[in-house]
Design a protein around this ligand. Structure first.
Ligand code: CTP
Length: 400
């Protein structure tokens, strides 16, 4: 599912150093299949030429209400009515102030008054300007008026100061807009997702783990949150950002993951276990760094709790979805796990395939259901695969 495909997006660009990032954002929308039209403020044109946006968007850029092309005269209404969403990135303190007060004194502010579709605004400015009470008050007004505010990131700003005010990366803004378009079919559902690897420490500086990146689990959490679910993500160590709107609980070992998940299972309607949990943990964990000697070393390991088996045993009302990472005999192994762990559905993938598995951005999943049926998905990015998985949970499990 591509929530942005076929959508009409109006991209508003204001005068800020970050205006160059809007070009990348435009390209991302287009790559996802949207038709994008650009409106620029007068100051924006000091930073990026309108020709750039015109050439890439394939549409004239709307820059001034009067004096330009006569076709442009009703553009503020025509574009506003056709839009499925309007995104302003970067949004300056000036535009935020004007929109909060209903002022319409240029092309962008006039068009905004006529928009009834979702409005997404991405503030970007110097930290002190961003923290200024007037700007914060105006942002509160906009939020109350139904605008989606994409908070700026923190970091070094173009003006040399460090703090909040950076325009988030185009990929992040893109994801937030995609989230606005997602159906809200999981509203009211509480979803518990696990992701990433676990680490089983041998001593303070060494552990046994696996190459799971956490990307698939994070994609599932993000997709569920975008679709309106209340999502808790129990995550092993990963380098990934917490998806917007997701509550994250960090754990390290399989034992910690078991404790975190089992404590929360009764508050969940759907549990999706994507994590690559270690099956064994060292029997003894040294609390000092083990020194090397000339000979070899052997580490005795014992079994960890199989969290999914435990969930399957204790489940009352929860829908339980597992993953099966296999290197061979996918169907046989996945169906066996589905049955043994008392699951409603299992997603199997071959982790030794380059298009699928641990660190890849794409996955080639196979879904297996309780009635023995299966479905083979083509290779797709992990977020798209996550959405298909949620589609199937709705159509094949919840509606039954
Ligand atoms: N799982 C779990 N707790 C464990 C091991 C696995 O909850 N201690 C869950 C995983 O999160 C996944 C499913 O069980 O959803 C299957 O994991 P996988 O590693 O494919 O299988 P295992 O059950 O560990 O079996 P094997 O390693 O023998 O293939």
């Amino acid at each position: 599912m591509k929530p942005i495909s076929g959508k009409q997006i109006v991209l508003g660009v204001c005068g800020g150093i970050a205006a160059y990032k809007s070009v990348e954002l435009l390209r991302l929308f287009q790559k996802a299949g949207a038709d994008v039209k650009v409106v620029m403020t007068e100051n924006a044109q000091q930073f990026v030429g309108s020709m750039t946006f015109e050439a890439i968007s394939g549409h004239p850029v709307f820059r001034e209400m009067y004096g330009g092309n006569p076709d442009a005269q009703m553009r503020h209404i025509a574009w506003a009515e056709a839009a499925d969403a309007v995104v302003i990135a970067p949004a300056t303190a000036n535009i935020i102030g004007k929109l909060a007060n209903g002022i319409a004194d240029d092309a962008l502010t006039t068009l905004m008054l006529a928009v009834t579709a979702p409005k997404i605004i991405c503030p970007s400015m110097n930290t002190h300007m961003y923290e200024n009470r007037a700007v914060q008050r105006n942002l509160d007004v906009l939020e109350g008026d139904g605008y989606v505010i994409v908070d700026p990131g923190e970091g070094e700003l173009a003006c040399g100061s460090v703090g909040a005010g950076r325009l988030p990366e185009p990929e992040y803004i893109f994801d937030r807009v995609a989230g606005v378009f997602s159906p809200k079919d999981f509203k009211g559902k509480r979803v518990l997702v696990t992701a990433g690897p676990t680490r089983e420490f041998i001593d303070p500086v060494r552990f046994v783990s696996n190459p799971s990146s956490g990307k698939m689990g994070y994609a599932v959490a993000k997709a569920a949150a975008d679709r309106g679910a209340d999502v808790t993500l129990v995550s092993g160590p990963t380098g990934l950002e917490t998806p917007f709107g997701v509550r994250r609980v960090d754990v390290v070992s399989a034992a910690e993951m078991a404790e975190a998940v089992l404590a929360r299972m009764n508050d969940a309607d759907i549990i999706i276990k994507v994590a690559a949990v270690a099956d064994y943990t060292p029997m003894e964990k040294a609390n000092y760094k083990i020194k090397k000697t000339d000979g070899g070393i052997s580490v005795s390991m014992e079994r960890t709790v199989d969290i999914l088996v435990e969930l399957g045993r204790r489940k009352t009302h929860q829908i339980l979805v597992g993953f099966a990472a296999e290197t061979q005999d996918l169907k046989k192994n996945a169906l066996e796990k589905l049955k043994r762990k008392n699951l409603d559905m299992i997603a199997g993938n071959l982790v030794n395939d380059s298009s699928s598995g641990f660190n890849s951005d794409t996955n080639k999943l196979n879904f297996f259901y309780k009635d023995g049926s299966m479905e083979e998905l083509p290779e797709m990015d992990k977020e798209a695969a996550a959405h298909v998985m949620l589609d199937r949970i709705t159509s094949r499990i919840i509606r039954r």
